[in-house]
Every structure is written in C-alpha cells, then in structure tokens.
Design a protein. Structure first.
Length: 669
C-alpha cells in the first residue's frame, strides 16, 4: 500500500487520496508553479494506522453509542476517540515512510495540515474543523500527524456526520507536510479585485517578514493594483510597517523592529509585475479567480496556497432552486457580528433536526445585512411551519420530550455559558471552540425558542413551564455570545477597530488573509445565503424582483403617531437618536430617546444616559423592556417600523402609559 506521495506526483484528480489541499498543491507543482516542496501522507496511511493499531473496532463501538440527540454522548465519543489515536503507537512502516520523506525535504521546519478527502462543500468544510500545525520539527512530526488524524473526530465533525446521515459512509483524511518558507517578504494576491469585483484588476498585498502577520491582520501591508490585460500598475499604496514577524533560529517566531526599512515600499515595480504574471498563470491554469498566499525567500517567489475566491457572485446562480418556489418573511433585526450570524446560519439552514421526523423540505433561512448596520433575518415561512409542526408533534406524542429539550440545552451550553455570562475575551483557539460548541448545541436551543413562542397559542394546553423558565434563564444567550465574539475579535485584530466584527469564521479558523477593503465592503452591506457571503448588494434586489418576499405593510413616513406594547410606564419628551448597531453608540447624548430594532446586552451603557426607549420588536420579556423597568424609564416596544419613520433629531414624546409615540414640532419646548 502506498502511504506517502510527493507533490510532483499528485494532481487535482487525487482528492480521494490526498484531500483537497494536497491535490491542489500537487496540481500547482505539476503545472510548474513554484510551490515549497512537500509530500502528502495519503488517506491510506490513516486507514492502515487504524488497522495496525486495532482501533477500528473500538472507534466503531464508541460511535455506535452516540445518540446525536444527546449532546454529551457526542462530546464523550470525541474525547475517547481522540485520546485513542493520540496514545496509539505509530506503526513502524508508516513512521519509516514519513521520516524518509521528511529527510528528503531537507527542511528543519514544516507545516502539517489536515486535508480531508470529503471536503467537497462549504457545509462539509464547516463540519470538518480539521487542524494545522506550523513550525513542526522532526521531534513532533509524528504527534502532529496523529493530531491531524484525530481532528476527523472532533465533537462537531461527529455531530454533523450523524446529522447529515454520513456516519455509515466512508470518510478519511490525508495530511500535507510542506517545507515552511522563511520569507523576507510575503503576502496575498487576488486575481480578481475582491471589492470592486473587476475581473481585469489584480490586487497584491505585501509585507516584510512571514505571511502570518498579514493573514492575522496584525500589520497593514502595501497594496498594489494591476491592470491584467496590459500588465500595468495602476495604483500603489505604501504603508509604514514598524515591525515584522520573522522565524527565530532556535524555533518559533518573533517580532523585530524594522526601523527605516519599514518605511520602504515592499515590492518594487519589477517584482510586482513578476508576481502578477505568476498569479495570472495560476488563474488561467485553474480556469477560475484565485486567492493566493505567496512568499519571497532568497530572491525567489513561491506560492504557499491557492484557493478559489468565494466572494464573487453571479446573482442568478446563487439563488437556490427551491427558494424560488417559497416565500420569505422577515423575523427580526439585530446588529450581530458576521461570525454570530454564521453561527446561527448553518444549523438553521440544515434540512435535518435531531428531534424531527424526516427532512425539512424547505430552505428556511436568509440573512441580509442592511446598509445602516443592522442585519435583517428572514425565514422561509413554509420552513418555519414545518419546524413548528414537528415540535408540536414531538411534544404531544412524547411526554418526556420537554424534559429532553431542557436537558440537551443545559448540556449543550455548559461550556459556553460561563464564558458568555462573564463576557470573557478569548484567544483564537478558544474562540473557535466556543463557536463550534454553540453550533453543536444549536438545534436544541432552537427547539427551546420555538416551544416558548408557541406556549401561549399552539401549546397552551401543555405545561411548558420548564421551557419558559429556561428561556428566561438564557435570555442573554444570543446577545451575550455576540459580545464574546466581538470582544475577542477586537482583541485579536486590534488594528481593525469595529471592522473586526466583519471577519468570517473561515478567516478566523483557517488563518486566511484579513482584507480591510473586503471588511469595509461587508460593513456597508451583504447577503448571506447558502453560507456564502455575497458582497454585491444588488443580489438582494434580484430576490425582490422575483417576488420572493412576503409583502410588508406600506410605511407612511409622515405619520405622527406610532403604537406599540406598554412595558415600562411614564412619559418623556426628547430628541431621537437612531441606534441601528454598535457603530451608533457614540452619537447618543444624555437625555436622548433611543430608537432601535431591538436593544441587546451591550446597549446598557447608552440606555443608562438615555431618557426613554422605542424598539421595532419585542415583548414584555425583551431586553429593552427588562432594562427600562430596572431603570424606571418609559419604553414602548413592538412598534414595527419606528426605525424607518423616526430620524435623528426628531422631537417626540414617548407616552408609555398608553403605548404611544408621538412626533412633535420644534415648538414643544
């Protein structure tokens, strides 16, 4: 059995044995694109490892005990299997082959990366949660290879394998071992401008030192825009770089002050054109736009990684076929970070629920990020009805179902709850785990939310008191989770400011380049659909043109009276301050009346200085209602369109005794 294969003997058709990453690196090597040397520990090596260590029966036995409706069984299985793989002795024939190939590389340091043989969709990639280990030496090479194998059995990977019916299907993993470039200069390049989406513009970003500094957003690189057909440089933007990340002779990396060197342009014109030709060659070879990581070591360019650019969109092609047969309606609005939206999106858009009978025949979820900084969340109305009917059926036919929901929610959030309640700031690995744990627990959290919403109507004859109490107990779950994500991203990417909230989960997890231009574009508006981020806001217009949305009421902006729900009585007159998201906090002055789609936990500082509150959404248990009662300030919620009718500086009276908001003239004083 072949266990190891060098890059130059692999091509794009070898995904089944080398995984997506391994096959891509082999394809570029065969196309004579300069790629740092390396080899792939083929998926067959993993299978041989399992066979020789006699772990297959044990792993199958552990997986057989998994009931993915019981979250703790998934977590227990993951821990047990990963421990088995980690503690097992590497078979001598596999170890010999890997060591022999490593010796041929003649490299002191290599990158060791998982390369799943089943990574053929965005959802599968999300569920994979596979690992990479940089600066690996001969001493820890075998352990890191085993860690890559073990990552195939993370709790999230196991959960989605069961959820998507893949637990009985063959899934394997290869491992890429690649010489690490000790670069003097490095960066990324896009063969199509990712912001303007101009296919004749290529953009290069460059910095001194190792590429990790640029990928992680810790330095602001130079930026060069090139017109591809003429190979002309049309824009050069030079940014001073005070420090650079370089490899230490003793291992690891450290930051070094660059002094006057950091004020220089990183790549000269000759280098820019040389690298542009290389990027264009890669794009032509693959036949689609590419996002490339590059390095320059000892005067020569090399390509570390190449992947398709996923943010470019054909508006028509991104509309799912079955979506055109459905109707979509707005459910609520929030100012959530992109990762928080993605964290909700994946399980919400899944066709399978661990508590449901059969698959959801509808795609239920669409998110649109509004221009003013608030996300409108839309559901497929047919999909929502299917979810509710499934839950009603489970509650009525199974007397223990409500207790089961409660237990699984509590089990699912036992790790994340202390973190979000304390609003902790997490390091990168902890943040990835935090998000993964939430996603695994989400379906039971979703069940709790929907059962609570039906307790007074469809399930009014059922004792749902335990679910109602649990929902109240976890009232801050979504908003406080978003705070953890925002605080952690702001700490990890200090130079990005508020834009760090626009970083995607893949960018965080995969350590890909953080492009400030793309983040700015996202902050202005995007559509999240099919788990793809569509930057072209016109895509939303296409959905509208196809009449996919249930019609909302016509809004008369000149009306002077709005009606809502009474939650905290009293009357107050003042000026409006529209708070559509976190970026609007600074404009709130003492005594202003805050109008917002829905306040959240981190609105508290501005709510303390405001005189009254108005929200589009919410009921007696919403955040605005609870806080207004605690602060003894007038509040009217559920006014539907207050944020679209009231503007900054409008003079209004909040008559919370009667649930009314009146627009006044400037003469009221």
């Amino acid at each position: 059995m072949e266990l190891v294969r060098e890059f130059n003997k692999l091509e794009k058709g070898d995904v089944a044995i080398a995984g997506g990453k391994g096959a891509s690196l082999g394809e570029m090597t065969k196309a004579r694109i300069p790629v740092p040397e390396g080899f792939v520990v083929l998926s067959g090596a993993f299978e041989r490892f399992i066979e020789k260590t006699k772990l297959k029966a044990e792993i199958d036995s552990i997986l057989h005990k998994v009931n993915h409706e019981e979250i703790h069984t998934v977590e227990n299985a993951s821990g047990e299997i990963k421990a088995l793989i980690s503690e097992a002795k590497m078979p001598k024939d596999i170890e010999k082959e890997i060591n022999s190939s490593f010796k041929k590389l003649g490299a002191r340091y290599v990158a060791v990366r998982s390369s799943a043989t089943s990574e053929d969709s965005s959802e599968a990639a999300w569920a994979g949660q596979l690992e990479s280990y940089l600066n690996t030496t001969k001493e820890n090479l075998m352990m890191n290879v085993k860690k890559c194998w073990a990552s195939l059995f993370s709790s999230r990977a196991i959960f989605y394998r069961f959820e998507k019916g893949l637990h009985d299907k063959y899934i394997s993993v290869a491992v890429v071992v690649q010489k690490m470039a000790n670069s003097e200069k490095s960066g990324i390049a896009f063969s199509v401008h990712p912001v303007t989406q101009d296919y004749n513009q290529l953009i290069i970003e460059a910095g001194f030192g190792l590429g990790e500094a640029i990928v992680s957003g810790q330095i602001t690189p130079d930026s060069y825009i090139i017109e591809k057909d003429k190979l002309e440089i049309i824009e050069i933007s030079v940014n001073e770089q005070a420090k650079g990340l370089f490899r230490k002779d003793s291992g690891g990396n450290d930051w070094r002050d660059l002094g006057n060197k950091g004020k220089e342009q990183v790549l000269d014109k000759k280098e820019i054109i040389e690298l542009s030709k290389l990027v264009i060659k890669i794009e032509k070879h693959y036949g689609f736009p590419v996002d490339v990581e590059w390095a320059k070591e000892k005067g020569k360019f090399c390509i570390v990684q190449s992947r398709p650019i996923t943010t470019l969109t054909n508006k028509e092609e991104n509309i799912p076929e079955n979506l055109e047969k459905q109707k979509i309606e707005k459910v609520f609005s929030r100012d959530f970070s992109l990762i928080a939206l993605q964290m909700d999106y994946l399980p919400e858009s899944s066709l399978i629920r661990p508590w449901a009978d059969g698959e959801n025949p509808y795609k239920p979820y669409l998110i649109f990020w509004r221009n003013d900084g608030t996300s409108k969340i839309y559901f497929n109305s047919n999909g929502v009805e299917w979810i509710k009917k499934q839950l009603i059926n489970q509650v009525r036919k199974n007397k223990g179902f409500l207790r089961k929901v409660e237990k699984n929610v509590r089990d699912g959030i036992k790790y994340i709850r202390p973190i979000y309640e304390q609003k902790q700031t997490l390091e990168k690995e902890e943040l990835v785990k935090f998000v993964n744990e939430f996603v695994v627990a989400y379906h039971w959290i979703e069940a709790m939310w929907w059962i609570k919403s039906m307790a007074d109507n469809e399930l009014k004859d059922v004792d749902c008191s335990n679910i109602i109490a649990l929902r109240k107990e976890t009232e801050e779950l979504s908003a406080a989770t978003d705070i953890v994500i925002r605080k952690s991203l702001a700490s990890l990417y200090k130079n990005l400011g508020n834009l760090s909230a626009m970083i995607s989960f893949d960018e965080l997890k995969e350590k890909v380049k953080i492009d400030q231009g793309v983040l700015k574009k996202r902050n202005e508006g995007f559509v999240l659909i099919n788990n793809e981020i569509v930057l072209d806001r016109g895509f939303f217009d296409v959905l509208n043109e196809k009449n996919l949305f249930l019609e909302e009421e016509n809004i008369e902006k000149n009306i002077s009276i709005l009606k809502g729900e009474i939650v905290s009585k009293g009357k107050y007159k003042g000026e409006i301050s529209r708070v559509m998201g976190h970026n609007d906090f600074e404009k709130v002055k003492k005594g202003d009346i805050i109008v917002s789609p829905m306040t959240m936990v981190d609105f508290l500082p501005i709510m303390k200085i405001a005189g009254a509150f108005i929200t589009d959404e919410g009921g007696t248990l919403c955040h605005a209602a609870i806080v207004s009662r605690e602060l003894n300030k007038p509040c009217v919620v559920g006014t539907n369109y207050a944020t679209q009718i009231l503007e900054d500086g409008d003079l209004v009276e909040v008559d919370a005794d009667n649930g009314i908001v009146r627009k006044l003239t400037n003469n009221y004083k």
